[in-house]
Design a protein around this ligand. Structure first.
Ligand SMILES: NC(=O)C1=CN([C@@H]2O[C@H](COP(=O)(O)OP(=O)(O)OC[C@H]3O[C@@H](n4cnc5c(N)ncnc54)[C@H](OP(=O)(O)O)[C@@H]3O)[C@@H](O)[C@H]2O)C=CC1
Ligand SMILES: O=C(O)[C@@H]1CCC=N1
Length: 270
C-alpha cells in the first residue's frame, strides 16, 4: 500500500480517511497533520499518525491529500516547498474548490496533481466525488487513486477542471441546499403543531421515501413522479403554484450560478 498523508484533518479529510480505512484494511500508517493536535485525536484512535508538522507528513508519504481551505492552501504549499519537500515522485490530490492545477504547480513544481471534488455524504459511502486526472498520471496511479475514493460512493470522472467546478456546485454544495429545504419543512412541521422529535422523523422519512422513489423508478422522469402527487384541482397543485409564483427554478439557477461565480473568483485569486 502506498503511504498516504492528509494535510488538514477537517470534515472532508475525515470522510475520505474513513472511506480508505473501510476499504483498505492494510492502510495503517496514514499521516494526518493539522495545527491542533487535539482535533486530530479521532484519527489517532483509528491508528493514524498525527502531527502538527505538515512537512513531516508530506515527507513520509507518496500520496498527499490537500485538505485545507482554499484560502490556506497557498501558504501550506509554500511551507512544504520552502522546507525542501521533493514532489517529483509524489502525487498531490487536491480537494480545494477553485484552486487550479496550474496554481498548485506554480507553488510546488509537482509533476503529478489530481483534482477531486468530494461531498459530505461520502461519510456514509453515499457521496458523489468528481475526479480529474491530468495526462501525466499513468493508468496504474489513476487506478490507485480511484480505488481510494470508490468507497466514498459514486466516482464521477471529469474531462476538465471546469467539470470539477461544476460538480463542486451540483454535488459538493448541493447537500447544503437540500438540508436548507429539510430545515424549512421541519420548521413548518413545528408550526403545524408537531413536536421537534416528530418533525425530525417526518423530515427523515420524507427524504428517504422521496429519494427512494426516484431511485426505484429509474426510468420514470422525475416530472412524472411529481405529477403523480399532483391531483387535478387538488392541494399539491396550489402549493406548486406558489413555487412558480416565487420563481423556484430561477432561484435554483441563481443558487448554482453564485457557487460557480465564487469558484471562478477563487481561481483568479489563487
Ligand atoms: N465540506 C465540503 O462539503 C467540501 C469541501 N471541499 C474542500 O475541502 C477542503 C476542506 O474543507 P473542509 O474539510 O470542509 O474544511 P474544514 O475546516 O473542516 O477543514 C480544514 C482543516 O484544515 C486544517 N488547517 C488549517 N490550517 C492548516 C494548516 N496551516 N496546515 C494544516 N492544516 C490546517 C484545519 O485545522 P483546525 O481546525 O485545527 O484549524 C481543519 O482541520 C476545502 O478546500 C474545501 O474547498 C470540497 C468539497 C466539499
Ligand atoms: O463550500 C465550499 O467551498 C466547499 C466546496 C463544495 C462544498 N463545500
Amino acid at each position: 500500500m502506498s503511504k498516504i498523508a492528509f494535510i488538514g484533518g477537517g470534515n472532508m479529510s475525515s470522510c475520505i480517511f474513513d472511506g480508505i480505512k473501510r476499504a483498505h484494511k492494510d492502510a495503517d500508517d496514514i499521516y494526518v497533520s493539522g495545527p491542533h493536535l487535539e482535533k486530530l485525536a479521532k484519527f489517532a484512535d483509528k491508528k493514524a499518525k498525527i502531527t502538527t508538522s505538515n512537512v513531516e507528513a508530506a515527507k513520509e508519504s507518496d500520496i498527499i491529500f490537500l485538505g485545507v481551505k482554499p484560502q490556506m492552501l497557498t501558504s501550506v504549499l509554500q511551507e512544504l516547498k520552502d522546507n525542501g519537500i521533493d514532489f517529483s515522485a509524489k502525487i498531490l490530490v487536491s480537494m480545494a474548490a477553485g484552486f487550479k492545477i496550474a496554481s498548485i504547480r506554480r507553488l510546488t513544481a509537482a509533476p503529478y496533481i489530481v483534482r477531486i471534488m468530494p461531498s459530505t455524504p461520502a461519510k456514509i459511502g453515499l457521496g458523489i466525488t468528481g475526479i480529474y486526472f491530468e495526462n501525466g498520471i499513468d493508468d496504474k496511479n489513476k487506478k490507485l487513486i480511484s480505488s481510494l475514493l470508490e468507497p466514498l460512493g459514486m466516482l464521477c470522472r471529469l474531462n476538465s477542471e471546469e467539470g470539477i467546478n461544476a460538480i463542486g456546485a451540483l454535488a459538493g454544495s448541493a447537500p447544503a441546499f437540500l438540508y436548507r429545504f429539510f430545515e424549512a419543512v421541519e420548521h413548518e412541521c413545528i408550526r403545524y403543531g408537531f413536536s421537534q422529535s416528530d418533525a425530525r422523523k417526518i423530515v427523515e422519512q420524507l427524504g428517504l421515501g422521496t429519494s427512494s422513489m426516484v431511485i426505484h423508478n429509474h426510468e420514470t422522469p422525475i416530472s412524472a413522479l411529481r405529477e403523480a402527487v399532483t391531483s387535478k384541482g387538488g392541494t399539491t397543485y396550489e402549493g406548486l403554484q406558489q413555487m412558480t409564483a416565487f420563481k423556484f427554478e430561477e432561484m435554483i439557477e441563481e443558487v448554482f450560478k453564485a457557487c460557480m461565480k465564487k469558484t471562478h473568483l477563487f481561481e483568479e485569486m489563487f
